[in-house]
Design a protein around this ligand. Sequence first.
Ligand SMILES: [Zn+2]
Ligand SMILES: [Zn+2]
Length: 182
Amino acid sequence: MLAGQRRVPSGIMIKIDLSPLVHAKNGARQVVDLNLDAITIEQLELNYLQGRLRFTRTDTGILVEGILDTEIATECTRCLTSFYEPVTFEPDNVISFPGAPLTLERPVRVTDNGWADISPVIREYIWMAFPSNPICSPRCQGICAKCGGNINLGECTCEGTEPIDPRWEVLRTLLDEPGEST
Ligand SMILES: [Zn+2]
Ligand SMILES: [Zn+2]
């Protein structure tokens, strides 16, 4: 896909033509370079998806391996700002031959026409690589506990409030409590 192309609607398929491998001898290989802009895979909004995948024909199916880079739209758990979290992941899965049953371990199979939609594998690996507490920057100062302003953006104008390390936030809340409860 070319840069500047409009966002593809969700439910996108990443279809690869594997017909040459289905009919090849074991060990035959095919390399596919992915370079997709602004795609959405179910709830995952990706800024791009790039990298190289290697497909290898085996006895029991087609092995897919490689390294992919992406950026996923998410929200900072400290300051609640939307940003793209960069994620690199290494898919490693076996695509079943036409007619084989789909399982949890093998969610993809080649169609009778020789195509495979590998988006279920991509999605699974992105979820595994995605951090549980995404942070927009290691230096993110979060939001002010008093006024809710984003300290990174200078939105907090509370008197005497110094930007503080979030690790001290709990301690400060404890210290503040007696004064506030009067
Ligand atoms: Zn942040
Ligand atoms: Zn404030």
